[in-house]
Design a protein around this ligand. Structure first.
Ligand SMILES: Nc1ncnc2c1ncn2[C@@H]1O[C@H](COP(=O)(O)OP(=O)(O)OP(=O)(O)O)[C@@H](O)[C@H]1O
Ligand SMILES: [Mg+2]
Length: 213
């Protein structure tokens, strides 16, 4: 199997605090891998490194065979997309957020496509013109998630993206992500959700900044 990520002897340190210690792992293309472990163990820090938002203090990360730092950042972000633990919407309206992926690719806003994506996460067309201040936390999470997926990346990193959702909306998001995964999207998911953990086939456990299983 082809490896999409190879992480070798990766450490991340801030001051004298060692947040990640000698991490080694490989992720195969097309997998749906779940990262688990106690709060504060370093999961989000590792995801931020894989998303190239911060840089490891030692060791290396290879994406698609090449060192992560050799990629041009804007291009890398289109290939590896990180759905944040605390999603932020920018600008004034939902439209501002969902127009953005088109703008960065110099393409015209496709309102029908956006409406289809909103529907996939159980939101109707009226959301496009709502103010970012008038949507709930769970709606924000789903809008941020489709902002990551309107132009599917090769890897999607989801950091506790279902944490604020009710059972029904969790089910909807799981189904959508599973469909993207079946179409070839590699997904790295961080979660504390027991039902997500028990349903996952590929699990990596991080504890005290180390991979323990
Ligand atoms: N820039 C930083 N400076 C200092 N400490 C940091 C920094 N970033 C993260 N940490 C610390 O590193 C540890 C790991 O944080 P991280 O956010 O990766 O944990 P996590 O596993 O995602 O936890 P949770 O499950 O609560 O989201 C925590 O103790 C955190 O306080
Ligand atoms: Mg975290």
């Amino acid at each position: 199997m082809e490896k999409i990520f190879e992480v070798k002897n990766l450490s991340y340190q801030v001051g004298d605090k060692k947040i990640l210690k000698d991490i080694n792992l490989e992720i195969e293309k097309g997998k749906y891998v779940t990262f688990v472990g106690p709060s504060g163990s370093g999961k989000s820090t590792l995801m931020r490194i894989l998303a190239s938002m911060i840089t490891a203090t030692s060791g290396e990360v290879r994406f698609d065979g090449k060192k992560i730092e050799t990629y041009e950042p804007t291009n890398y972000r289109q290939r590896v997309s990180y759905a944040f633990q605390q999603p932020t919407l920018f600008g004034k309206s939902i439209r501002d957020n969902l127009e953005f992926p088109f703008e960065v690719r110099n393409s015209n806003f496709d309102e029908e496509k956006v409406i289809d994506y909103l529907k996939m996460v159980n939101l109707d067309a009226s959301y496009i013109d709502k103010s970012v201040n008038d949507v709930s936390g769970g709606e924000k999470q789903r809008i941020a998630l489709i902002r990551n997926l309107l132009f599917p990346p090769e890897v999607l990193i989801t950091d506790e993206v279902t944490a604020g959702l009710d059972v029904e909306n969790k089910r909807i998001v799981h189904k959508m992500l599973q469909e993207f995964n079946q179409q070839g999207l590699t997904i790295l998911r961080v979660t504390h959700d027991e039902s997500e953990i028990s349903a996952s086939h590929d699990k990596i456990t991080i504890k005290n900044g180390e991979v323990i299983s």
